[in-house]
Write a protein that binds this ligand. Structure first.
Ligand code: MN3
Length: 206
């Protein structure tokens, strides 16, 4: 069974940056829905024993087109939100130090350039989707964006995502309405860079 991460904070813990109702709806309705649909579709396709990252990298091996699409969308929704919710914290904000901080300097021109560039990707993603910070095989960091619940794995890129900005309207509309850029700016106040660093180290060890 694919399982949602347990939130290590309360739904209202990220106020005022992300409001409690958005967090609760996002986690208990949207993320829970993707997870339930993934479990059903993966069982039907006989792939429920695969690690989610492996599953998303091998979508083309699912011959039934409708099931493949369902697993791409809901598997992405499941995996993407585990990254998203797992890299937020009421004690977040600031900027990464250590190895991740150094690599952001080397690969992406420093934290403020990185923040500006990923915020632009988030703003310019037409309709629903994600902006990503990912690790390449050589350890370099790469930015990208994806439509829908796609991510670098399901898109067949040789990248492992370690941080993602959800720009579906369900992530911000209750509080920010059409002002996606304001939501992205506020999100940076609650990013848990230690959690992103952990994802980075895990990706390097793969
Ligand atoms: Mn979402």
């Amino acid at each position: 069974m694919y399982q949602q991460i347990q939130l290590p904070y309360a739904f209202n813990a990220l106020e005022p940056n992300i409001d409690a109702l958005t967090m609760e709806t996002h986690y208990t309705k949207h993320h829970a829905g993707y997870t339930k649909n993934l479990n059903e579709a993966a069982a039907e396709a006989g792939v429920a024993d695969k690690e989610i990252t492996d599953l998303l990298c091998t979508l083309s091996s699912i011959s039934d087109e409708a099931l493949r699409k369902k697993i791409r969308n809901n598997g992405g929704g499941f995996y993407n939100h585990n990254i998203y919710f797992g890299t937020l914290s009421p004690k977040g904000g600031g900027q990464p130090s250590g190895k991740l901080g150094n690599e952001i300097e080397k690969s992406l021109g420093g934290f403020s350039t990185f923040k500006e560039d990923i915020s632009k990707l988030a703003a310019n993603q037409f309709g629903s989707g994600w902006a990503w910070l990912s690790v390449a095989k050589d350890g370099k960091l790469v930015l990208s964006s994806s439509p829908n619940q796609d991510n670098p794995l399901s898109e067949g890129k040789d990248l492992i995502p370690i941080f993602g900005i959800d720009v579906w309207e369900h992530a911000y509309y209750l509080k920010y309405k059409n002002l996606r850029a304001d939501y992205v700016k506020a999100l940076f106040n609650v990013v848990d860079w230690q959690a992103v660093e952990k994802n980075y180290q895990q990706a390097l060890n793969k």
